[in-house]
Design a protein around this ligand. Structure first.
Ligand code: DX5
Ligand code: ZN
Length: 225
């Protein structure tokens, strides 16, 4: 089980015209969550490797890049070159997940696989030994500000159970509809990295929102904290 809770604010929800300032406001967080959408794998279009490099240069936090793009195996290298520290792609988006995971790790980043709400955890059975992170989507990817899907709790428990059976301990990230109200419950179910967009950048004080979410999440750790 996880020993601490990490918070990854998603800059998708930040004011894009004040991005530098917004990122500096969450330097108390653990990662910057960088959502890449290509307008094909998901209907929305966001950021590319050029902005990722600028984010890296602006802030001291590791960048947690979430690729919601088709054919990530052909396109991940640009995000590695731009400085992604964690690089996660969608299981549903390509055919050679194992090879892509190995290639990301060979490139010097941590490798993660994301699962859409409609994709069962069982697809990770032959991959989990290789993974640094499993990203369980708690909304259908593409947009911020959606409601958390309750079935996510069961999937988080399944990921933890599978990891224990395999004797591995990847980070387990949950993304979509996360806030103070459900942080404790997702950690109790097995998550240890919480992505939050609107709950952080929609708050009056983003740094305080990060602190509150971390404190709420820690109450879900074994023994509470
Ligand atoms: C959704 C993205 C999320 C999104 C979360 O496709 O992957 O990272 O920014 O936003 P909230 O926290 O507002 O649900
Ligand atoms: Zn994301």
């Amino acid at each position: 089980m996880p020993s601490d809770v990490r918070i990854a604010p998603s800059i998708l929800a930040a004011d894009q015209l004040r991005l530098g300032e917004q990122i500096r406001s969450i330097e108390c967080a653990d990662y910057v969550h960088f959502d890449v959408m290509d307008g094909m794998f998901v209907p929305n279009l966001t950021f590319g490797p050029g902005l990722l490099a600028q984010v890296k240069a602006t802030c001291g936090l590791p960048v947690d890049a979430h690729l919601m793009i088709r054919e990530p195996d052909r396109r991940f290298q640009a995000y590695l070159d731009a400085g992604a520290d964690i690089l996660t792609f969608h299981y549903e988006a390509q055919l050679h997940a194992h090879r892509t995971v190995r290639a990301i790790k060979d490139g010097g980043a941590l490798a993660g696989i994301a699962l859409n709400p409609g994709t069962p955890v069982s697809v990770l059975e032959s991959l989990i030994d290789e993974l640094d992170m499993v990203l369980v989507m708690s909304v259908n990817p593409g947009f911020g500000g959606q409601s958390f899907i309750e079935g996510t709790y069961g999937k988080l428990r399944q990921v933890r159970r599978m990891a224990e059976e395999h004797g591995v301990s990847p980070m387990v990230e949950v993304d979509g509809g996360i806030g103070v109200a459900n942080a404790e419950a997702v950690v109790r179910a097995g998550a240890d990295v919480l992505v939050a967009g609107s709950a952080v950048f929609g708050a009056q004080d983003p740094a305080a929102a990060v602190g509150e979410m971390r404190a709420a999440g820690r109450r879900g750790l074994p023994g509470g904290r």
